[in-house]
Design a binder for this molecule. Structure first.
Ligand code: GRF
Length: 187
């Protein structure tokens, strides 16, 4: 069975869904490691409650990205991780992880990339009065929200509020990430 690691900095709804789907056997993998740069994040509490092995760090404790990524790499090797799944991880990935995990790091972003990169992508689309938006899953490279696209799902923006649009996007994310991970692990 393949081993996956999830990196998350926030609430962790994608992380939680992926974990549940591994436990239910929908995703044929074991979630063996959780990584976060936000010790107070809800995702960290969830990982603790579920006794998922983890590495939690403060970005400010390290001068260079390479320093904490070297530690992450040790954890990844110790747990024999095959795939890294980013789910709202708010740090760039550097060459320390990109080189050994080339083609095996994926990210989810709540827009139809290359539109609306960066933070608050759902609000960016809403504020721009865009007709459509969606979700993108892509391979990770050295740039933010960049890299070969693996899957996209689009929706029309016809919602009464930004909150409703966000809720729908998150629901789409959970399904699309699960489906995509299942496919990638099969190959
Ligand atoms: C998601 O919208 C994801 O696309 C983006 O960050 C958000 C994380 O949400 N990269 P959650 O922490 O999984 O609830």
């Amino acid at each position: 069975m393949k081993h996956i690691a999830v990196f998350a900095s926030g609430y962790g709804s994608n992380f939680i869904k992926i974990h549940e789907n591994t436990l239910q056997g929908k995703i044929n993998a074991k979630l063996v490691l959780f990584v976060s740069d936000q010790p107070k994040a809800n995702a960290v509490s969830y990982a603790k409650q579920h006794h998922i092995p983890m590495f939690i760090f403060h970005r400010d404790d390290y001068k260079k990205r390479m320093e904490y990524e070297t530690i992450i790499l040790q954890y990844l090797r110790e747990h024999q991780v095959d795939w890294i799944i980013l789910a709202g991880y708010m740090q760039k990935i550097g060459s320390t992880l990109l080189t050994p995990y080339e083609g095996r790091i994926i990210n989810i972003h709540p827009s139809l990339l290359p539109m609306f990169k960066g933070k608050d992508a759902i609000k960016q689309a809403w504020d721009a009065n865009a007709k459509m938006t969606g979700v993108t899953i892509h391979y990770v490279d050295e740039h933010i929200d960049h890299g070969k696209i693996i899957a996209q799902a689009s929706i029309e923006i016809n919602h009464a509020s930004l909150k409703q649009l966000e809720a729908e996007i998150h629901a789409i994310e959970h399904d699309l990430y699960t489906e995509t991970i299942i496919k990638l692990l099969e190959d």
